[in-house]
Design a protein around this ligand. Structure first.
Ligand SMILES: [Zn+2]
Length: 113
């Protein structure tokens, strides 16, 4: 499980944003998490309390927007919804796939107090 590492690097990014934007605290952070980004939203939620424990982000709310994983088959050109554990074309069975969306993991929005 690498979600704790992902969260701690996200908090470092927030540190930088707080300096850059001169914020005193952040009320809420909204993340965009792609279904095929390799990050599991449920694990992020599970790790979050530990990641922010005794930091200045302890009271910050976390919200996640899940972006569907859409891939296109390079063989039959069909586009379909994909999950990480099932990455093959439902039409022809090919694993030669091109991701169209759902690979992102990013901070979408920050709401400061
Ligand atoms: Zn196909």
């Amino acid at each position: 499980m690498h979600e704790l590492g992902i969260l701690s690097s996200m908090l470092k990014t927030l540190d930088q944003i707080m300096i850059d934007e001169n914020l005193s605290s952040i009320e809420k952070v909204v993340l965009r998490v792609g279904e095929i980004s390799g990050v599991v939203p449920a694990y992020i939620e599970e790790c979050y309390p530990a990641a922010v424990y005794k930091t200045k982000y302890e009271n910050m709310q976390l919200e996640m927007e899940v972006v569907p994983g859409i891939v296109r088959c390079n063989d039959c050109k069909k586009e379909f919804n994909a999950y990480l554990h099932d990455l093959k074309c439902p039409n022809c069975g090919s694993q030669d796939l091109f991701p169209l969306s759902g690979r992102e993991f990013m901070i979408k929005e920050i709401i400061a107090c």
